[in-house]
Design a protein around this ligand. Sequence first.
Ligand SMILES: Cc1ncc(COP(=O)(O)O)c(C=O)c1O
Length: 318
Amino acid sequence: MGAISSTFLTLLSAGDHIVIARSVYGGCYELLTTYGQNLGFEVSFVDATDISNYAKEIKSNTKVLYAETPCNPTMRVTDLYSLGQLSMKYGQQIKVVVDGTFATPYHTRALNIPGIDIIIHSATKYLGGHSDLTAGCVSSNDKSFLSKLTKTMKLFGCILSAYDGMLLMRGIKTLDVRMQRHNENAQYIAEYLSTHPFIDVVHYPGLTTHPDHVIAKRQMNNGFGGMISFEVKGGAEAGRAVVEHLKLINLAVSLGSIESLICHPASMTHGMVPSEVRINAGIKDGLIRFSIGIEDKEDIKKDLDQALEYAKPFIVSD
Ligand SMILES: Cc1ncc(COP(=O)(O)O)c(C=O)c1O
């Protein structure tokens, strides 16, 4: 969040306008609707699966277009080529900021896409990779922005400790091998879940049935990442029964680590988002987010298999 808040404080002043995906990480939503509002930022939330929604909101005071892709936890993918093209029509007036935490630089090099100005990663996740540090990363080719950002970070005390910096550098050294395994496991588990009789829907950009599969193929390299989400038949109670009976997979809010972590966004990561806003953004009560680790994929499948049996009593047969 330090990377996100420092970027906002650098790019926006009172009266400036930001257009942002409505399904962004809950903390980012809360930051803009509380502190952002107090600081006088004007915020428009849009459905980021259609770039024309951003275009419709742009005004003379718009300074930032913000996307998160793939999005937490809906796994929808924003078309970065179209978003970049839109911003280029406005020259230097508008900066495009992308949160690429789920994709990591292994899957998406957003700064190589024309019109994308700034990329943010929560390094707490895949870049660190071991759930043992909290850090963030902001990258840009815009030297003037970076020098203003350095000042913001210094004045707000948003500075990483040397020890966390060391852990992060060590984590980054294995990013590519970890991502290969995360990606292989996620594709396997997404395909397995999509054929399971107790599963309603699986959200993973690597599935050909995913609504943004074609866009994901264009802007994601080497696969589609380690995050999936899914809905168990039988709604929130069935979903809760499943996550509570897992043995290998841990119930926890973080993601992007070597161990598999699962969570229930409606009551955990997005608990602070009003329920009508959350459901409108595609985060239903029964949605489960799964950060797939680098364990043996057969062990992950076996654990899900036994836990899914606990959904049975909640499933009404037709
Ligand atoms: C997509 C995304 N961006 C940013 C953050 C915030 O990261 P941090 O916990 O490192 O502040 C999160 C946290 O879950 C996230 O999922």
